[in-house]
Design a binder for this molecule. Structure first.
Ligand code: SF4
Ligand code: SF4
Length: 426
């Protein structure tokens, strides 16, 4: 008879302090140590991803003027980024509701996007608001997250079931969202995205255990899944999420400068209660079992396939060795680090570092340590020059979720509805 357990029994074990809760990485480490793991050994696993996710927006509501002074706000910008006022007009209330895209760019600050603004707000920084009323009135104000009555992050397409590796087969280098420096041609470099075996959908591909209404962590704050995301299909499922900005942690969010513009960083962690053997079989897979498809960066046609075991192998952290730093006149790492995490004098700011590996290639004095791997593809050996998912950060978030569950601070709940995915993107 196939083995099963009830969510209520897991909850009782958590209260008694006897539940077995692990991150996926804990299990991978044990499997790699040749430990045999049984259904009985695991009640819950925590999965996570920290990656570039363009589909995020902020929904805000705050007061800009006393009641009765302005009928309605028409144009509103935050640090020079245009937002969409509404949909509620808040007539004569002096309050504005608005939506601001994570991918929107500032008209006043160079290389500044919604993703950076969201992090600045969470860090408690003041932002400049310029708002125009219906009669042409101009309101200029500084505001913090604390001043906002409502501030939520909505994810329209998140935690997609892993992603792809990219190669440029052409003879010309190309600027792309899949590289920090232009991606060199002739199959000479590879970048990739995806947290491999840690990814939530990798561990529950059909969303049998989580779904609409499941509590999750978004950037370290408790939030919810509220449906399947845009451009979903059964092969690449993803989700829509909602969470309060108040309570998020800056280290899990922000923006990443690619050679074709800024992308948002976002982190999602999801608990998976092991309710039956089918779910158990999904979670005991290693990175070697998770395929990583290689695409042509121009046109995205498939070129080949490797596994996440070829790119992730306990090589998650990038380190800086100050003894090897020669204080160059101009430091290319300071200039090009995609998250502005590096300073010659203070080293790596770990709350900003994405462990992407760009510094490892940029520093001529080998002051950085990283094991980015080289991939065998046909007859070539192609070095990975960029990781666009931060597995180290994902593991950290999964650890946080694990400890919250064990301490009884995170509810395990049945979803209220199933996430239904399309057969194929139309
Ligand atoms: S390039 Fe390397 S050695 Fe030179 S200042 Fe930057 S980190 Fe130091
Ligand atoms: S790995 Fe290096 S380049 Fe990448 S974010 Fe960290 S410090 Fe910056």
């Amino acid at each position: 008879m196939s083995k099963k357990r009830k969510l209520s029994d897991i909850r009782k074990k958590i209260i008694k302090g006897t539940a077995n809760v692990y991150t996926v990485q804990d299990l991978i480490n044990r499997i790699n140590n040749n430990e045999k793991i049984q259904f009985e050994d695991v009640d819950v696993v925590t999965t996570a991803t920290k990656a570039l996710m363009s589909g995020i927006a902020g929904i805000f509501s705050f007061r800009l003027s006393p009641p009765k002074t302005i009928r309605k706000f028409m144009d509103v910008s935050l640090n020079g980024i245009s937002a969409f006022p509404g949909p509620c007009p808040n007539e004569f209330l002096g309050i504005v509701d608005l939506i601001l895209y994570g991918t929107a760019q500032s008209n006043t600050i160079k290389n500044y996007s919604g993703g950076i603004l969201f992090r600045d707000l969470v860090e408690g920084k003041e932002v400049d608001i310029i708002a125009k009323g219906e009669e042409g009135e101009i309101i200029e104000k500084k505001i913090t997250l604390h001043d906002m009555q409502f501030a939520r992050m909505m994810g329209t397409r998140q935690a997609i079931r892993n992603y792809f590796a990219m190669i440029n087969p052409s003879s010309e280098k190309v600027n792309t969202i899949f590289s920090v420096l232009p991606l060199e041609g002739n199959y000479s470099q590879m970048s990739f995205s995806g947290c491999g075996a840690m990814n939530p959908f990798q561990n529950d591909p059909k969303a049998d255990v989580f779904g609409v209404g499941t509590p999750i962590l978004v950037n370290g704050c408790k939030g919810y899944i509220f449906g399947p995301g845009t451009r979903n299909d059964k092969l690449k499922p993803n989700m829509q999420t909602i969470a309060d900005f108040k309570g998020m942690k800056p280290e899990y969010m922000g923006a990443f400068q690619t050679s074709y513009g800024l992308e948002n960083i976002c982190s999602i962690a999801i608990p998976i209660p092991i309710l039956n053997e089918k779910i158990f079989q999904n979670i005991i897979k290693s990175d070697n079992d998770v395929p990583l498809v290689i695409l042509n960066v121009i046109g995205r046609n498939k070129l080949g396939k490797i596994t996440y075991g070829d790119v992730w192998d306990n090589n998650f952290l990038v380190k800086f060795n100050p003894k090897k730093c020669k204080d160059c006149d101009e430091c290319p790492v300071e200039e090009k680090c995609p998250t502005k995490a590096f300073n010659m004098n203070t080293g790596i700011d770990r709350s900003r570092c994405f462990n992407c590996g760009t510094c490892f290639f940029l520093c001529p004095k080998n002051a950085f340590e990283a094991d980015l791997k080289t991939v065998k593809f046909e007859t070539k050996e192609i070095p990975i020059i960029l990781r666009q998912s931060d597995r180290y950060g994902a593991i950290k978030l999964a650890e946080e979720l694990k400890h919250m569950i064990l301490k009884g601070e995170f509810p395990l709940k049945e979803p209220t509805g199933k996430l239904e995915f399309a057969e194929k993107v139309k």
